[in-house]
Design a protein around this ligand. Sequence first.
Ligand code: G3H
Ligand code: 13P
Ligand code: ZN
Length: 338
Amino acid sequence: MAISYKELGLVNTKMMFKKAMEGGFAIPAYNFNNMEQLQAIIQACVESDSPVILQVSKGARQYANQTLLRYMAMGAVEMMREMGGNIPIALHLDHGDSFELAKDCIESGFSSVMIDASHHPYDENIRVSKQVADYAHNLPDYVSVEAELGVLAGIEDDVEAAKSIYTQPEQVEDFTKRTNVDSLAISIGTSHGAYKFKVKPGEAPPPLRFDILEEIQKRLPGFPIVLHGASSIPQEYVDLVNRYGGDMENAVGVSAAQLRRAAASAVCKINIDSDGRLVVTGVIRKIFAEKPGEFDPRKYLGPARDALRDLLIQKNKNVLGSAGHGAEIMDAIKAEEA
Ligand code: G3H
Ligand code: 13P
Ligand code: ZN
C-alpha cells in the first residue's frame, strides 16, 4: 500500500534548499544502511540543530530491506522528537537508476529522489529525469527530484565511470527547463569513495573546478546545486585503519576548506557517505585489535556510532554551516502549511 512521506513525519527538500541558498550553507545528505549509522546521524543533527537528508542508495535498500527502512525513517522522526529536537528530516533515494525504482521509493515514503541518468546520452537523461519529475510533482504531497549532469569519476552504484566528465555549463538551462527537476548534481572534480585524487604524500589535492560552478550559478541564478563525492577522508581515521591492520594507503578526500567554499555558494546539498564508513571501520578495527576477546556487537558498534556522531556534529558546525538552522527551517515549513 502506498504511503506519503508526510504520514512518516518527513519533509521534502524545498524549504531546506531555499534557506540554504539564502543563508549560504549546505544541507548535509548522509547515507545510512543500518541502525547505528541512523542513530549517529539523528543524534548529531539534533545536537547541532541541523536539518538533514537521510540518503538510501539502491544497494542500501536491498541490504536493509525496504519495509524495514520505512519504519526506521519513521522511528528516526519519533526519536528526534523524543530527544527534544525540532529538525526537518527528508528521506532521499541516492542515485536512483530508473523511473520504477524512484516510484517504488516514493510509494514507500521517500520525500525526495535522485534520478541519475547522467551516464546516458543527453536526450535520454532528459527523458528519464522529466518522467520522474512529472510523476513526483503531481502527487498530493510534492516529492523533490534531483538529477545529474556530467559524470563523476569512480563508481556510481553499478555504473563505473573511469574518468570524470565535467558538467557543461551550456547545458544546464536547457536541462533544468526541460526536466523541471528541483536540484542538479554537477561534476566539478569530486568523485565517490576514499581515493579521490592521485597525489604524492604531503601533496595537496587539486582544487575543485569552481570556475565551472560559477558559470552554472550565473546561468541558473538561485537554483539548488548538489555536490556528490564530498567526503573529506580525515587522515587521522585513515591512519587509525592502517595502524590496526587495514590497508587504505593513499586514501584522500576533499578538504574542508573546499567544502566550505562550496557550501557558501549555490551548492545546497552535500553528499557524504565514505567518511562515515571510514570512521566506523577505524574504531572497530582498534577495538578488535585491543580487545580480541570482545564479542558483544554493542561494545564495538556503540563506540563506532559515537565517533560517527561526533564527526557529523563537527561537519554540521564547521564545514557545511547547517548547524543552528534546524528549528528555523522546521518552523518555516509548519508556517507555510498552516
Ligand atoms: O554514491 C554512492 C553512495 O556512496 C552509496 O554507495 O551504492 O555502495 O550504497 P552504495
Ligand atoms: P563520498 O563517497 O565522497 O562519501 O560521496 C557520497 C555520495 O556522493 C553519495 O551519493
Ligand atoms: Zn553520489
